[in-house]
Ligand binder design. Sequence first.
Ligand code: GDP
Ligand code: CA
Length: 304
Amino acid sequence: MITVLSGGVGAARMLRALRTHIPAEDLSAIVNVGDDLVLHGLTICPDLDTITYTLTGRNNEVLGWGLQGESWRVMEQLGHLGGANWFGLGDLDLATHLYRSQRLAEGATKTAVTGELAQRLGLDIALWPVSDDPVATTFDSEIGPLSFQEYFVRHHHQVAVRAVHFAGAESATLTTQTQRALSTAERIIIAPSNPLISIGPMLAIAGLREELQRRRQDVVAVSPIIAGAALKGPADRLLGELGYEVSCVGVAQYYEGLIGTLVIDEVDADLADRVAATGCAVRVTTTIMSDASHAAALVRAVLA
Ligand code: GDP
Ligand code: CA
C-alpha cells in the first residue's frame, strides 16, 4: 500500500500520476478536512471533492477547481435573491454537496459519505478524510480573524497572515481507516500540497505526527515550492509570513523529523545540501507534473 497525505490540487495531480503506475487497490489518500465549510446549510469538502473529480476525469482544467461542463444558474439566481454568492458552487457540483449534507444529517460519517460519493462517481482508490471530527483552519490576518474560505476565496489569499489555527484539531481523532492506511503503508508520501494549510491541519491531530516520526524512513515528501515560488496558491507567501524560508529548504524545515526524504526540483539542485542539513535524504528530479513524462519522473522518484 502507498498512502498519500493529501490536500487538494497538488495532491490530486500526484495521485493521478501515481495511479497510472500502481494498481488502484494499492493506493490510498488521507485527505485534509481543514478547508471544509458549511454554506447555505450544505457541508462542502473542497479537498475531498478535488481529488474525486480529478481522479475520475471530471475536474475543470480551465478553472482549476470544480467540474467540467459546469453551469452557474443557481448562483445567478442566489445573487438575485441577495444570497451569498462569493463562493462559487456550480449547478452540478451542488449535487455533491446536497448528497453529502443529507447523508450527514441522517447520521452517516464523513468517511462513509466520501466512500459513497467515490463509488457512485467511479473513483477506484481509497479516499479517507483524515478525521470525522470537524477541524477548521482559520487565520489571524492583518484585517482580523478570517475563516479558511474568507481568506482563500473572498480575499484571494492576498492579505498578510500572522498565525494559522486549526480549531477542533486538539480534540479530533484520526479515523480507524486513516490509522490503517498509515500502518499498512510500505511508503507514506506527503503530496506537493501546501505544507501549512493542507498538511498542517492533519499534523495537528493527535497521532499523525507521532506516526510519521516513527515511520520516518518510509516517508517521502515532494516540495510544492520550486525556485522559491508555489506553482499556485499561497504556500510561498505563507511560509515567509510564518517564519520559514521561502524555498524547498523551508519545506524541509517545516517537515523536520517527520520525513526520511524530500524530493526537490532540478532547478533547486544547489539547495540539496541545505535540505540534507535538516536531517533528511534529498532526491532531485523534475517535479512539475506538466505532462505524463514529467509526472512519471516524479513518480519514479517518490517510489524509488
Ligand atoms: P489546494 O488544497 O487545492 O490548495 O492544493 P494543495 O495544497 O494540494 O496543493 C497546492 C500546492 O500544489 C501549491 O503550493 C503548488 O505549488 C503545488 N503544486 C501544484 N502542482 C504541482 C506540481 O505539478 N508539482 C509540484 N511540485 N507542486 C505542485
Ligand atoms: Ca485545499
